[in-house]
Design a protein around this ligand. Sequence first.
Ligand code: PAF
Length: 277
Amino acid sequence: MKIIEKIDDMIRLRSQLAEPVGFVPTMGYFHEGHLSLVRQARAENPLVAVSIFVNPTQFGPQEDFSSYPRDPQRDLDLLEKEQVDIVFMPPVAEMYPPQFNSRVEVTKATERLEGASRPGHFRGVTTVCAKLFNIVQPTRVYFGQKDAQQAIVIKKMVLDLNMNLEIVTLPTVREPDGLAMSSRNTYLNPQERQAALVLYQALTLAQQLWSQGEKNAQTIRQQMTEVIQKQPLAKIDYVSIADAETLDELDTVKPPALVSLAVKIGSTRLIDNVVLE
Ligand code: PAF
């Protein structure tokens, strides 16, 4: 496994490789969700590259960039076991030198949900992903459905900017009790960890109501909201039922519909979603 920190070295190496590259961009601190992306990339491509880079430009000033969990040695050990070929882990100054002045921005799909709650977040994500795609020149890039809006925004960037690669989105990996795996779950104390199950309970309720024939989106949102409000440690940011492609909020559920929510459990903000098919 080659570990590369310099952009020039990564570009040089890639130019010597003719085979397709499956790429998993990450911020590290791996859990089974990340590893499921790496395994799929391994299964579908002769070469696999993973980036580990906690991207400062996608964190707001009051967000957790400095405290975001990091454990590069453990991450590298896990990637070695998954037989990854290349790990790109640049320092921040390598990706954003002092004279860096460019931004990549997708409009519309970034205006609601995470984009509304976290101003500038998606501009940071699309900027870093555009850079990573230019540097790694991947054939296929793997994202998790847990960050559903991120995957939609990246797909739009790839389409609009004619990037010659395929985006693959893979299902959310959950703990046995339903909590979606996330690096931020490590912030939860045992009481909050228990309370965090309310996200999955609300999503499961939405699925149940839909399968029982409920089509009124507001009725489903309302019932989800009531479930979450019963949990004293939970504070709702948003509960949304939107068109799974445009992210326009729906009055009447028309599949595929993205049911997504952001809820603060104590001081930890968690997101999760399901698709109503
Ligand atoms: O999903 C993530 O971990 C990040 O947003 C990404 C795609 C690696 C960009 O920094």
